[in-house]
Design a protein around this ligand. Sequence first.
Ligand code: PMP
Length: 429
Amino acid sequence: MTGPNPLHERHKAVLPDWLALYYDRPIELTHGEGRHVWDADGTKYLDFFGGILTTMTGHALPEVTKAVTEQAGRIIHSSTLYLDRPMVDLAERVAALSGIPDARVFFTTSGTEANDTALLLATAYRRSNQVLAMRNSYHGRSFSAVALTGNRGWSPTSLSPLQTLYVHGGVRTRGPYAHLSDADFIAACVADLEDLLGQTQGVAALIAEPIQGVGGFTSPPDGLYAAFRDVLNRHGILWIADEVQTGWGRTGDHFWGWQAHAASGPPDILTFAKGIGNGMSIGGVVARAEVMNCLDANSISTFGGSPVTMAAGLANLTYLLEHDLQGNARRVGGLLLERLRAIGVGVDCVREVRGRGLMIGIELVKPGTDDAAPEAATAVLEAARAGGLLIGKGGGHNTSVLRIAPPLTLTVAEAEEGAAILERALRSI
Ligand code: PMP
């Protein structure tokens, strides 16, 4: 299609300017199947970003569609005033998988709301509105979640009353400790945390993404949060793991991102969202009973745990476990990472190719420098789209990391096809 897109014109006229869309000519997706989506012009794309935009088991998975349709045909009505069988069923499964002893689960409708609830719990439990978050983090953009989001490109206007202090450690490749060995990096970040805590009193919690998602798929060395945990425990501070992007096996080696720091044991509070609903809006919080039950309020969500979304979650999770999609993320993600690293060696704007499982980032710089290259990232995104591949971008205040997070059902042939398109896109700019 050429000329202005009428839907885009209507979008701009009625929706907020900050509802940013990818691409010069934004895409209207009309349908999907597996790892592919189609736009309104009938163009087919291989989807290497649907995993972040919530598709864990692939687009239009028949098992999920059937569960949703059947439940919608019975009852959609959402009310936490009555017993909800699909909610109890899914809560039991999530509690068992969480690794948290004596776990209680509360469902929300988004990751932001899950983090809000985690804050509500931690601040009430500790009777303090001071929290620690990681630099370069993203935890959502509600009035309180935005105050946890250290990535200023995403939280420029927070006037939230929450008091947040930002900790080093989320970004391994840049910053003052970048040149250190893993062990020295961890020691430096722990010293920084201790220093910060020496200046505060009564901090409620530390919230952290095991791998920073919006921040550009940056990962601390394994064990960082175990080392933090010793310090937090000494102060009675809770650890909240935001697993919105890293949960459900995406990182391949582990079911949850926190397990890469396993010596620390499970977090006090775990938040999840995105992939579990395969597109339906499910978020949630898991905490041990003592923490979850510190609130003496009535229910705090109308739509959290609504039966149709829970039916989708149950079907989706069953498929994920029965088909060992975590193992698939490890195998296919490992091959894809290797292939993209080999491609990156020959392209001078590629600074680093990093990742775990099916969560892979390609950091771009201006050739011959260490400077971020957001224009290059945008150009690669456009070139990949022209080649029939959808990817994402993120990273720091000027987004120059290409983000790859396909559905966990990605096949080896699709990984190779996507890598070949990406190679052409990288070489074309
Ligand atoms: N936490 C993390 C780590 C995220 O990546 C996101 C979304 N990008 C959120 C929280 C917020 O989730 P939602 O958009 O569902 O509110």
